[in-house]
Design a protein around this ligand. Sequence first.
Ligand code: NI
Length: 170
Amino acid sequence: MILEIKKYGDSVLETPCAKVTDFGSARLRTLVIDMFETMWANKGVGLAAPQVGELLQLTVIDTSSGEEPDERLVLINPEILSLEGQQLSEEGCLSIPGFREDVRRAMVAKVRAFNVEGKEFEVTGEELLARAFQHEIDHLNGILFLKHLSPLKRDLIRRKISKLVKAGEW
Ligand code: NI
């Protein structure tokens, strides 16, 4: 089922998420399937649970946008173990549609997380995958990519969004 994506301005996007505890449950499995469907339908490469209104430390990532089953990743209660290097590239967010900005991120990110069954694993990402790890784990802490922009750029985007809200277009 394709879920509604919460947009910037919804407080659920700026609230830290609780740890998942019901590993292996039907509810968790269904949520993961629905999140993948929702992400692919919106042509995203990552989606965090708060973006669909669930304050849980859960994110799905697929940098192939549905093309490569091997690239599907579910990160539950994830933790960044190490960050190395730097990259500067354009970043967007399904909760802030229409706005893309250069964001500085680490080039390599190593993460520890749990899968749907509650099995712990570690995964290392580079470039886009490392960017997705950092962006999505930020979401689980209530942080949006706007936080990584200069105050000037951030305020400009906020003002544009306020206008869209007033116009009923957000
Ligand atoms: Ni996002």
